[in-house]
Design a protein around this ligand. Structure first.
Ligand SMILES: Nc1ncnc2c1ncn2[C@@H]1O[C@H](COP(=O)(O)OP(=O)(O)OP(=O)(O)O)[C@@H](O)[C@H]1O
Ligand SMILES: [Mg+2]
Length: 299
């Protein structure tokens, strides 16, 4: 590893460098990835958007060690995933990564609860502990009353929420989501993406979500565009609503923004070179000023 890359590896959860994937079928060759470069910070919610065939699934499979790149590097916590042998790749997938796909995430014969318990049981968790965590996760995504339903007894959106719980069961550092709202209507897709965002904030899980639907990228903090196996560009997502400040200095923070930023009743304000930073105030934290922030919410 060059010194430069070593430095970068220390700063980021995931580093992708010069990643190439060529599929060979007899005499035909498909170059799916042509030299991809990007980094993902710990706790970041990154979306990758691109048209069909641009290499999104291929890229996720390389990052998730489901397949090996033809050339290039994927670093996870500084370790080169591409160099793992089959056994260590399996351990990496089981312990560090959660996957959610467009469909087919769940075992049809198992209830929602049993589906979420399964990865924990496979990783050796005792039954009671697995059940407790599965209940917590399902409750968290609003499925408390559906835990004993099987996938065919649940709606598409409910199934995807269960799938998110399955992916989060073993507390992965990284969640890879491939077009998970592809089969859902816009409203249900919003609910599922909102859940994903909340899990990202609550558990600090790093998320890479790929899609071809621009609407879905609104939940991410940053969006990369991929085309023909190359990264074309990126943008940071800004919550564009312009809020006015009244004569008393009160600011209205829209409900969606409050939810995404995990802001509840109290916040800490600090002035930074980029502007005013509004951070949620953790009730238990001692090193914050006691004076409560003014109630500014409009709801
Ligand atoms: N196993 C494979 N063998 C041969 N070619 C493949 C294989 N998997 C993918 N490809 C090709 O690689 C390119 C990228 O495919 P990929 O599945 O990564 O695209 P994608 O961006 O996920 O598309 P979509 O939005 O339709 O899911 C495509 O041209 C595809 O045909
Ligand atoms: Mg795909």
């Amino acid at each position: 590893m060059t010194e430069d890359l070593e430095q970068i590896a220390q700063e980021y959860k995931v580093v992708v460098r010069d990643l190439m994937k060529v599929y060979r079928r007899g005499a035909t060759e498909v170059i799916a990835l042509r030299g991809i470069d990007f980094e993902v910070s710990e706790g970041e919610f990154l979306s990758i958007i691109g048209p069909s065939g641009s290499g999104k699934t291929t890229l996720l499979r390389m990052i998730g060690a489901l397949d090996r790149p033809t050339a290039g590097t994927v670093l996870f916590d500084g370790h080169n995933i591409a160099l793992l042998d089959d056994y260590h790749a399996m351990l990496y997938r089981r312990q560090k990564v959660g996957f959610v796909w467009q469909t087919g995430n769940l075992v049809p014969d198992l209830t929602a609860l049993k589906n979420v318990m399964l990865p924990m049981r496979l990783a050796g968790a005792p039954k009671k502990a697995a059940e407790k965590r599965a209940m917590m996760l399902l409750e968290r995504v609003g499925l408390k009353l559906r835990i004993n339903h099987r996938p065919h007894q649940l709606s598409g959106g409910e199934n995807q929420r269960v799938a998110i719980c399955v992916a989060l069961a073993n507390k992965p550092d990284l969640l890879l989501a491939d077009e998970i709202t592809g089969e859902l209507d816009t409203e249900t897709a919003d609910v599922v993406m909102q859940m994903l965002k909340e899990m990202n904030v609550e558990f600090n899980t790093t998320i890479i979500n790929v899609t071809h639907n621009p609407h879905v990228t609104e939940y991410a903090g940053r969006v990369l565009r991929i085309r023909d196996g190359l990264i074309e560009g990126q943008r940071h997502v800004l919550y564009g609503d312009i809020s006015e400040i009244d004569a008393k200095g009160r600011l209205v923070i829209p409900e969606t923004v409050r939810r995404l930023a995990n802001i509840q009743k109290r916040v800490v304000l600090s002035v930074t070179p980029e502007g005013l930073l509004i951070k949620p105030l953790d009730e238990g934290s001692a090193d914050v000023p006691e004076a409560p922030a003014e109630e500014t919410a409009d709801a």
